[in-house]
Design a binder for this molecule. Structure first.
Ligand SMILES: NC(=O)C1=CN([C@@H]2O[C@H](COP(=O)(O)OP(=O)(O)OC[C@H]3O[C@@H](n4cnc5c(N)ncnc54)[C@H](OP(=O)(O)O)[C@@H]3O)[C@@H](O)[C@H]2O)C=CC1
Ligand SMILES: O=C1CO[C@H](CO)[C@@H](O)[C@@H]1O
Length: 391
């Protein structure tokens, strides 16, 4: 185990970087793990993790551990709590308290950033400059301008660079996207999406500090809905109008964000992102309405790959019905989908992109475009007007 540059000392034997037996141990461990999986060394992407906190520990590190084309070479975090247990639990060879040290490790092929948003730009650029592949958590940058700098830097490097927009990996969302693409719902006219949680004031929490998070419910949660709608409809927003407020909590980021997006292909999207709805009361609905039918998904926008999806397709064109009787609605068909580990699918696919040269599912350009929408929603709310995105 290599433990380099941590703030505190742990009861762990510190070994020099080039300790032969240590290296041999690590190599034997790696090779035996890869053989156990029936995979050749070159088919494995060796990941470094920056920011081994909430999402990395809960989802991404366990996800990498369960996929066959990736392994974890190192973690880097400025917070050392529980780091040694993490290394032991997941058999992680190296741990760092400083990104520069980590990037000197030639055994790392790719880095996943899951640090607070303010640090994304500087860390991403360092990783790209070091010639490592990069997968970065949402939001790409604290503002669109920071996201643009990361995107521009990535363009100049011969590496695979993409953004972790995990809702794209929900199997049900994938099936909805296919139905929309096949025009099963006709032309999409309206789409609603909601992602909420209960997030009361917490002393020192970075999400509640705009200088570190860049914003509240919109930056943190609304971003998933924006990205998902763009992805499902293969579309982009041309204008937006929004309301950003603190309805319940007085911290300096918004607890409530409601906004509309007018999409280029014609659909209007309505999005709610709230920090003040109790988790048990949250439904996180996704509703898509087209000229031939609709899809109502309950609880699919979340971290678990679950929920239920109902599809309503109008079987025949009945013409205009002045009575507007709605008791003979199209029958609901439950959409069958697999409850997959979206984080594992995301990491596995991204590792595959690195190994094969395929384009990642969410490109830097796409994530930058989403950041421009977010900036525009904030601007719209502040100036109380519609903001046009491309003129
Ligand atoms: N796709 C998804 O489902 C989710 C994505 N995310 C995204 O992941 C990122 C991290 O969020 P989350 O895991 O919840 O945050 P956490 O605060 O839980 O974890 C972040 C970790 O990074 C550490 N850290 C702080 N500063 C730095 C630094 N400069 N360099 C390296 N590590 C640092 C923190 O230490 P300390 O505790 O001392 O601050 C903490 O251990 C965000 O971009 C967030 O939007 C988050 C949740 C879900
Ligand atoms: O991306 C995210 C998904 O959901 C979480 C809450 O449930 C957020 O806080 C997070 O940043």
């Amino acid at each position: 185990m290599k433990v380099i540059g941590l703030r505190e000392n742990y009861e762990i034997e510190r070994k020099p970087r080039f300790d032969f037996f240590n290296l041999l141990n690590v190599a034997i461990l790696q090779v035996s793990r890869q053989y156990a999986l029936g995979i050749k060394m070159k088919d494995i992407v060796r990941w470094g993790i920056v920011g081994a906190g909430g999402i990395a520990r809960r989802r991404t590190i366990p996800a990498i551990n369960e996929i066959s084309n990736a392994s974890i070479q190192a973690v880097m975090d400025t917070n050392t709590n529980g780091m040694i247990d993490l290394m032991k639990e997941y058999d992680i060879p190296d741990v760092y308290g400083n990104i520069d040290d980590m990037l000197r490790n030639a055994d790392i092929d790719a880095v996943y950033i899951a640090s607070p948003v303010l640090f994304h730009k500087e860390q991403a650029i360092k990783i790209l400059e070091a010639g490592k592949h990069l997968l970065i958590e949402k939001p790409l940058g604290i503002h669109a301008s920071a996201a643009k700098e990361i995107m521009e830097c990535a363009k100049t490097k011969n590496v695979c660079a993409g953004v972790a927009m995990v809702m794209r990996f929900h199997d049900g969302h994938q099936k909805i996207k296919e139905m929309i693409g096949h025009k099963d719902l006709g032309e999409i006219v309206s789409c609603r999406g909601q992602l909420t949680c209960w997030f009361p004031p917490m002393e020192g929490n970075w999400r509640q500090n705009p200088a570190i998070s860049g914003g509240g419910a919109l930056m943190d949660m609304g971003i998933h809905c924006i990205d998902l709608m763009k992805y499902l409809m293969d579309d982009r927003a041309e204008k937006t109008v929004g309301i950003i407020e603190n309805k319940s909590f007085s911290y300096p980021v918004e607890d409530s964000a409601s906004f509309m997006l007018k999409m280029k292909k014609g659909a209007t999207c309505y999005i709610d992102a709230y920090f003040n709805i109790p988790d048990q009361a949250a439904k996180c609905f996704l509703e898509i309405y087209g000229t031939k039918g609709s899809i109502i998904a309950n609880g699919t926008i979340g971290q678990d790959g679950c929920g239920d999806i109902k599809v309503y397709i109008e079987q025949e064109d009945k013409g205009y019905e002045s009575s507007q009787v709605r008791n003979k609605q199209a029958e609901a068909v439950n959409m069958e989908f697999e409850q997959v580990n979206m984080y594992a699918k995301q990491l596995s696919e991204f590792s595959e992109c690195i190994l094969t040269g395929k384009e990642p599912r969410t490109t830097m350009e796409d994530a930058y475009d989403t950041m421009k929408i977010i900036d525009a929603v904030y601007e719209s709310a502040k100036e109380e007007r519609v903001i046009y995105l491309y003129n």
